[in-house]
Design a protein around this ligand. Sequence first.
Ligand code: 5GP
Length: 208
Amino acid sequence: MIFVLFGPGGAGKGTIAKQLVARDPCLWLSRSWTTRPRRQGEPEDAYVFVDRATFESRARGGGFFEWAEFLGNYYGTPLPTPPPGRDVLLEIDLQGARRVRELEPDATLILLRPPSLEVQAARMRARGDDPQHIAKRLAAGAAEMEEGMAIADEVVVNHEIGQATAETAGIVDRYRSAAREGGGSCGGTTGTVDPPSDPTPDNPTEGS
Ligand code: 5GP
């Protein structure tokens, strides 16, 4: 199964994704590629950090499940390779969520919302984003939220990390149970991803 956590910057997607995989051994978090420079203090393995030429070359070669350009940088999900039986968790933007819906209509799209613009901005400030970037993210986030509500299967408001993680974990369990009559466990043969035959547009500058 594929679970997609998406939503505006500062919603807490990264933290919740990490907590979900830490408590759920059947969930496998995909590591994205990006052309964005690494933030100060950001772990080296937060992304595979590459230059634009390297990213575009992989995109042309069909090496991404989905990819998008977001505020001037490329972000892409490599073709997923989860261990057998594990479900895939993607932490991506709205464009990516839309693309996954096209490629895998049964994917579960979970929109994560910050409780308010103030909290959203404060979270971005706390992780060191500069004011100009925050303003852009807030503007992009308003549109993301509206469109996101239209395509989401589920919406979680992140008032507090523990609450939002628990709610999201509950959603994952519920969808698993519905799909597998009781949940299933890792190590089985279900839950692997068939890569789409042609997931990547020919021209990377068009986004996905
Ligand atoms: P950030 O620069 O804050 O790490 O990420 C910017 C946005 O790109 C976030 O909304 C994040 O979820 C999204 N993102 C991260 N990885 C991917 C990816 O592989 N594909 C897409 N479409 N978006 C991504």
